[in-house]
Ligand binder design. Structure first.
Ligand code: ATP
Ligand code: GLN
Length: 143
């Protein structure tokens, strides 16, 4: 499978210091995606079971003109990763690299501006709260 990247790097609107990368992916690809993220220093990840329909699921129902029923939702996993702006593209490209099969149903990634991050244990906010010990920023600044 040839490697691809997200196309045409945009100027994110609205501009923010932090973004949430929200990826809806095939459940069986999640172990591969999360271990690759860990390897690149992404240590804060939230995962939940989800179900939905895109072009992969629910099409039969829509063509039939009848209401969709919950039975036709396809099982997915929602992965949420809050990172600093400069880490967004690396995370997106890693998710594509690890989650892509090239078949319909590989999923979708949404990018959402995040106003602030607060660490409950310490009350830290902003960059201090978003940074993780041994995280990507640490790895990149290490000599
Ligand atoms: P502490 O240093 O107090 O342990 P922490 O920053 O490591 O704080 P946790 O308390 O371990 O944060 O995080 C709790 C949960 O929050 C994690 O299990 C994960 O689901 C979620 N989480 C933490 N950071 C992120 C992040 N950057 N993006 C998405 N989810 C995160
Ligand atoms: N940006 C953080 C860091 O470099 C990592 C964020 C995350 O793991 N989601 O430490």
């Amino acid at each position: 499978l040839p490697k691809i990247r997200a196309q045409n790097l945009p100027d994110y609107v609205p501009d923010s210091k932090f973004y949430k990368v929200e990826a809806i992916l095939r459940p069986w690809r999640i172990p591969q995606v999360s271990s690759a993220l860990l390897k690149m220093g992404i240590r804060g990840v939230t995962v939940s079971d989800a179900k939905g329909f895109g072009s992969q699921g629910g099409s039969k129902e829509r063509h039939g003109g009848s209401e969709f029923s919950e039975d036709n939702f396809v099982a997915k996993v929602k992965m949420e990763i809050v990172v600093s702006k400069d880490q967004v593209e690396a995370v997106i490209d890693k998710i594509i690299e690890e989650a892509r099969t090239g078949e319909i149903g590989d999923g979708k990634i949404f990018l959402i501006p995040v106003s602030d991050v607060i660490r409950v244990r310490t009350g830290e906010r902003g960059e201090r709260a978003e940074r993780m010990t041994g995280g990507r920023a640490d790895l990149n600044s290490a000599v």
